[in-house]
Every structure is written in C-alpha cells, then in structure tokens.
Design a protein around this ligand. Structure first.
Ligand code: UD1
Length: 419
C-alpha cells in the first residue's frame, strides 16, 4: 500500500502533456473482440482500470499485453467463459463489453457489476437496449445470461443518454445485418473516438457526436493501429489544480474543444485562459472566485468527472459556491476529507454549498474514489503544510502516476510505501 505526501502552498507553473483517455481506451479495448485480427492501441495509459479490462479480455481467451506504451490485443478465438464478479467488481464499466461479445459470439455471460462508491450505477438501459436488438436476457441479479441467437439490427431510443449504453449498442450493432440506430445517444468525445476506432477496423458508424448514431453492420472487421484521444478529464484536473494554487501553466497535446465545459467554468472562477491549437494556457492570480452555481450534466455541459476537482478548487475561493450533481447520487463522499483540511462544505442530497475559506491546511486524508482522490491532491497542493493522502489505489485507476505530472509543474508531491 502506498500514500502520497504533498507539501502545498506553492503556485504550480510550467508545461505538461496529458495521457490518452482512460474512458476512450476502455471501450476500445472491449471493441477488439469484434475482430479476429491483431490490434495495436498506441499510447494506451498504464492504469488499474486498464489492467482490469485486460484481465477480462484474457479471461475471454484474447491475448493482451503491453509493449512499452503500446497495448497489443488479439482475439483470434473467444471463449464464452462467465465473466465473474471478481472481474466485474474491479471495473464497474465492465458491462459494456457485452455488446462486443454478443456481436462476435451471439452469446454472453457476465456477473452484475453491482453498485460503486459514487452511486448505484444501474444497467437497465444496457439491458433494454440489447433487448431492442432481439437479445434474450435472463437476469436473476447474479449472472446475466444473454442469448443473441436471433439478434437483429433495430432502432433503440435511450431514455437517458448513457455513455456506456451508447457504447455497448454501437459495438453490438457493428457486425449485425442492416442498420442499428441509436436515438438519444450520448455525445461525449469518447463516443466519437469509439466510432472512429470501429471505422478504422472497417466498420460503418456515422453520426457519433450527435444524438442519432447509425451503425451499419459489416460482415467482418479487420485489425488496425489506433491512438485514443487525449484525456480531457486529466487535462481538466491539471487546469483546476493550477487555478487552485494561483499559478500559470500550459496543458498541451489536448483537444481544447473537448474541454469547453471546463474552461468556461475556470474563466468564471477568475482564471485567464488562452486556447491555442492543441493546448490551453491558464493563468490564475491569488484565490479563485466563487462560482454562483456549478451544475454537472451530460456533454457538452460541465462533466460530473470534474465535479470533485472543482469543489476542491472552490474550497478556498473568495465567496460561496453551489454545486449540483445531476449524474450520480452519491458523489460528494470526498467532501468529508476536504473538511479535515479546513474546507467549509455542507452537503444535502445532490447539492453542496462550498463557503470558500482563506486557506486550507494539511491533514491526513483518504481517497475513496478516483476523482474524489484527485480532488484531495488539488486541495493538498493548494493547502498550507503537509498532507498525507491514503487510498492512492483509487487515484491510480485513472491517473498514470499522478505525482509525476504535478512534479513537472513544480508541485512537491512524493509517493511512499506505507510501513
Ligand atoms: C461513463 C464514464 C464515467 C462518467 C460517466 C458520466 C467510462 C468508463 N466511464 O460512465 O467516468 O462519470 O460516463 O459521464 O466511460 N444509468 C442508468 N441506467 C443505465 C446506465 C446508466 O440509470 O443502464 C445512469 C447512471 O446511474 C448515472 C447516469 O445514468 O446516473 C450516467 O451513467 P452513464 O452515462 O451510463 O455513465 P457510465 O457509462 O457508467
């Protein structure tokens, strides 16, 4: 077990690049099942969630191994092993592998992913969407048994624009006869990346990025080499940290348009931003300004995956902010740790009122989920004195050695073993 030790209170500055996106790489790895041929995923991030997906792929008989930063995946033969709870429990989003297994094998067996630290995470939209493609599903709350013997393309109207359900259905339709239409599809950039990947394998997906996606099934997909998009949430995390510490830095190798929902709110918090081709420069002076109301919603609105990091930043803003979490019912757990650092936050249901304090102070705190953990790192960098952050394994699910990019920005942050 490890912890991070952060000496805070200094403005961050400099220039950094971001890793490729975890939330793009995960469905792309799952989609490798759609072809028997080898795939190379370039600059695949080294993360706990990626390892969990690799384990699921190997369990299904695929080969998957890193060669440096490139992940080589080959699903020449796929075995219809039950994906057990010990595998799905490590990766809640494992459910979206169903679509690609069904598309390739017409049968799939997977244990329920269950709830998680940030909410219940039901899978009803995945299930009803697949049923709309004539998949027979038996679900007794344990193993979900899917029979796609009569599977056929169709029109699926999602009640809510779920990212995972949209991805599942795109993969499910990739090898079906005819056209699968997903209405009220999620519009996140990671969806566009998955569409680009399926097309790079010879598929025919159009409309991704809009609310109607059309997947024209093809007979066969082939191998390819693909580099997933840059991680917009990592980029946003670095920008929020610079704003929280009152620094000046450039985050490069990104797609600035993906960050619009984030950069607009950073401007509201008083930061000055310069958007260039592939980079964003941020300059903040002193404490951030409060944001009257910060509300999470589906893309292109402000992302729920940035809510904790902004809460950390606003903890020492000049004034009070209100944060409304619309996506997940239990995503303020990390605030009790921020309070240990001197933050003044009141949570009721899905609303947090953050009264900015002049100064946060160091403390011993524990990360209980991925983005909540990133929020603690930001708070620690902005705080006076030393903070010890436990539960680093949660942060490692989504950030490649988070201490390294922050060290490049001048942050004093080290990882040590817990004795
Ligand atoms: C993805 C992201 C996650 C992000 C989320 C929202 C990945 C691997 N993860 O998760 O980081 O926080 O999008 O941007 O890409 N819901 C249902 N029934 C369903 C499916 C979802 O009620 O069948 C609800 C969820 O409980 C949640 C909301 O819809 O309240 C959003 O979920 P969804 O868009 O599906 O998120 P994920 O794909 O799980």
């Amino acid at each position: 077990m490890q912890k991070l030790i952060v000496q805070g209170g200094m403005p961050l500055g400099g220039e950094i690049s971001v890793q490729t996106a975890k939330n793009a790489a995960l469905p792309i790895i799952a989609a490798c099942i759609l072809t028997e041929e080898p795939i190379v995923i370039e600059k695949c991030p080294h993360l706990k969630d990626i390892d969990a997906m690799i384990n699921i792929m190997r369990h299904l008989g695929c080969s998957a191994a890193f060669d440096g930063d490139n992940l080589h995946v080959c699903c020449r033969d796929v075995s219809l092993n039950v994906i057990n709870a010990d595998l799905t429990g490590k990766l809640r989003s494992s459910i979206f592998i169903l679509g690609s297994i069904l598309s390739r094998c017409r049968k799939a067996y997977i244990s329920h992913p269950g709830g998680c630290e940030i909410g219940l995470r039901p899978i009803d939209l995945h299930i009803s969407g697949l049923k709309g493609l004539s998949v027979k599903i038996e679900d007794d709350g344990g193993v979900i048994c899917c029979d796609g013997g009569d599977m056929k393309s169709g029109v699926i109207n999602l009640d809510f624009a779920s990212v995972g359900a949209t991805e599942n259905l795109m993969m499910a339709g990739a090898l079906l006869d005819g056209e699968t239409v997903i209405v009220n599809a999620a519009r996140e950039p990671e969806i566009v990346d998955l569409a680009n990947f399926i097309n790079a394998m010879g598929g025919n997906v159009s409309g991704a990025g809009g609310s109607i996606i059309r997947v024209r099934g093809v007979k066969k997909l082939h191998g390819c080499t693909y580099k997933p998009m840059p991680d917009r949430i990592c980029a946003g995390t670095f920008l929020a940290a610079v704003a929280a510490t009152g620094g000046c830095a450039t985050v490069k190798d990104i797609v600035p348009e993906h960050l619009f929902g984030i950069t607009e709110r950073l401007k509201k918090a008083g930061a000055k931003l310069t958007v260039r081709n592939g980079s964003v420069r941020i300059c903040a002076d002193g404490r951030p300004k409060a944001i009257h109301k910060l509300e999470t919603n589906v893309y292109p609105a402000f992302p729920t995956d940035m809510q904790p990091q902004f809460c950390a930043m606003l903890s020492h803003a000049t004034g009070s902010s209100v944060i409304v979490e619309n996506l997940f019912e239990n995503r303020f757990g990390y605030t009790t740790e921020l309070v240990k650092m001197g933050a003044n936050i009141t949570v009721k249901d899905r609303i947090a009122v953050v009264a900015g304090v002049p100064r946060l102070h160091g403390a011993a705190v524990k990360a209980c989920d991925l983005r909540g953990g990133a929020a603690l790192v930001i708070a620690a960098l902005a705080a006076e004195g030393k903070t010890e952050i436990y539960g680093v394994e949660h942060i490692d699910r989504g950030y490649e050695s988070i201490e390294q990019p922050f060290a490049e920005l001048g942050g004093n942050i080290v990882r040590t073993e817990i004795e």
